[in-house]
Design a protein around this ligand. Sequence first.
Ligand SMILES: Nc1nc2c(ncn2[C@@H]2O[C@H](COP(=O)(O)OP(=O)(O)OP(=O)(O)O)[C@@H](O)[C@H]2O)c(=O)[nH]1
Ligand SMILES: C[S@@+](CC[C@H](N)C(=O)[O-])C[C@H]1O[C@@H](n2cnc3c(N)ncnc32)[C@H](O)[C@@H]1O
Ligand code: SF4
Ligand code: SF4
Length: 344
Amino acid sequence: MNEPLSDDFGREVTGVRVSLTDRCNFDCVYCHNEGLGDTRGPMEPSENEMTADQIVRFLEVVEGYGVRKVKFTGGEPMLREDLEEIIARTPDSMEVSMTTNGTFLPGRAEALAEAGLDRVNVSQDALEPEAFAEITKSGAYDRVIEGVEAALDAGLAPVKLNMVVFEHTAGYVEGMVEHVARNDGLQLQLIEYMPELTGRPEWNIDIERVHDWLADVADRVEHREMHDRKRYFVGEGIVGDDDGDAADTEGPGGMVEIVDPVENEEFCANCGRVRVTHEGYLKGCLNRNDDLRSMGEMSREEIAETFETVVANRVPYYGEYLIETEEGDYEINDEYLATPSVAD
Ligand SMILES: Nc1nc2c(ncn2[C@@H]2O[C@H](COP(=O)(O)OP(=O)(O)OP(=O)(O)O)[C@@H](O)[C@H]2O)c(=O)[nH]1
Ligand SMILES: C[S@@+](CC[C@H](N)C(=O)[O-])C[C@H]1O[C@@H](n2cnc3c(N)ncnc32)[C@H](O)[C@@H]1O
Ligand code: SF4
Ligand code: SF4
C-alpha cells in the first residue's frame, strides 16, 4: 500500500471530498456549497460537471497516492443519475461515504448500498416541518425522515444526521441529541455555523456552550483522529424525563460529534482531505477560493501532477493562512496575499 503524501505542515492526505454537482433542490439559508457559491439555478445536468469516467480516473490516480476515503457531496449529490455507477466503479480499497439532504434516498438507498456505498450523512436541522421549511426553503421534511429510514433499512448505518448549529437551530439541539440517543443506528454531527463563505456572522452562536452542556450530560468523551473532533456518548441522563421509570434509560444511547472548524487551529492542524469541485478543480481547503487548481483535460498525468502540487501547497487555514492579531482577530498572512485565484 502506498504511503499518503504529506504537506509542509506534516498533514497526510488520506481522504478526498468530491463535489459531484453544484445543483440542489434545496436553498438552505446557511449553505456554503463547499465554498462554491449559490446552489440556485437550473436542475438539469450541466456540461461543466465532471463525467463518471473522469471522477473514477481521479479516484484511481489518488488511490496510488495512499488515499483511502472518499466523500461524495455537492450541491445535492443524489441529483446525479449516474451516482450508482460512480460508486460501483470507485476503487474497492476506499471507504465510500456521501453527504446528502436525504430527499432522494427513499427508493434509491438500497441500490446505493448495493453499488458499494458504506455510509451516509443526512442533513437534518430540525425535528418539525415548519422550522425545517424555514431553514431549507423546502417542504420536504417527511421525505427526509423517510430517507433516513430508507438508509437504515438499506444497512447504511451509522446514519449521521448533520445539523448546523446557528441562531435558527440552537433551540432544537437538545431534542436532536435525545432523538439520536433513542434511535439505534443514528449519530449526530453538530456543525458549527461557518460564516466565512456565507456572510451573516450575526447568526453565530457560541459552540463552547454546546460542548459544555454535552460534557455535563455525556457518559464519556472521545477524540476522533480526523480534525481532533470531540465525540460525546450520551445515554442515561439524556433520554427520559428522569422520573425514575423505565423510560428514563430507554434507547441504545447515541454518539454526538461536534464539528467546530471556526477559528480552531487544532482542527486545521489535523485536516487530511483535499477537495474536488464538480468542474474538476482541486482545492486544498474548504474555506479558500484562491487555491483552486484545474486538472485540465483530466488525463492521468494531469491529475497526478495537479494532486501533487495541491498537496505541496496546502496550508492550515487557521494559524497559517489566517493568523491571529494582537486584538484576537484573524487576518490573511502576507505570504499568501499574492496567491492567484485560479492557477493552471
Ligand atoms: N472548515 C471545514 N469544515 C468542515 C470540514 N469537514 C467537514 N466540515 C464541515 O462539516 C460539514 C459536514 O461534513 P460531512 O461531509 O457531512 O462529513 P464529515 O464530518 O466531513 O465526515 P464524516 O464524519 O467522516 O462523515 C461540512 O460540509 C462542513 O461544513 C473541514 O475539513 N473544514
Ligand atoms: C454543502 S452540503 C452538500 C451535501 C447535501 N446537499 C447536504 O445538504 O447534506 C454539505 C454539508 O454542509 C453543511 N453546511 C452548509 N453550509 C454550512 C455553513 N455555512 N456552515 C456549516 N455547515 C454548513 C450542510 O449542513 C451539509 O451537512
Ligand atoms: S441541501 Fe445541501 S447543498 Fe443544498 S442548499 Fe442545503 S446545504 Fe446546500
Ligand atoms: S484547513 Fe481548511 S479545510 Fe482543513 S479544517 Fe481548516 S478550514 Fe477546514
